[in-house]
Design a protein around this ligand. Structure first.
Ligand SMILES: [Zn+2]
Ligand SMILES: [Zn+2]
Length: 126
């Protein structure tokens, strides 16, 4: 599998029993199915898979109009519902998702922080 952003080679990386993602050996971008990403989001320390440099990821985030590394369809650039600063690519055909380096970690942890903020706010209101 070839990386749609930098043409590096994407290699399968496994984490635990259920998680299997494709990671670019050059830019460290990640490609996986949404259910795998959700699983990864809940998994302790799963961000070790997102080992790329966020600076490289931000630069590559500017690249648009990429083809899905899984099936070749044109991918859509979408922003996360809850964290609108995070933009990732989603395949309309196979629903695979591509995260630039650092984006997964951002996605995983901002949400946790949001939950903590919600808890604090909830307590104050009570
Ligand atoms: Zn790459
Ligand atoms: Zn696809």
């Amino acid at each position: 599998m070839q990386c749609p952003k930098c043409d590096g080679e994407m290699i399968v990386k496994n984490y635990g029993r259920k998680i299997s993602v494709n990671r670019c050996s050059d830019c460290m971008g990640l490609f996986a199915m949404p259910e795998v990403l959700l699983e990864m989001k809940q998994e302790w320390m799963s961000e070790v898979l997102d080992s790329g440099d966020p600076k490289v990821g931000r630069k590559l985030d500017e690249i648009e109009d990429i083809s899905c590394p899984g099936c070749g369809a044109q991918m859509d650039k979408v922003s996360d519902e809850k964290q609108s600063h995070i933009w990732y690519e989603r395949c309309p055909d196979c629903s695979g998702i591509y995260f630039d380096a650092g984006e997964f970690t951002d996605w995983k942890y901002d949400t946790l922080l949001d939950r903590i903020r919600d808890l604090i706010r909830g307590r104050r209101d009570a």
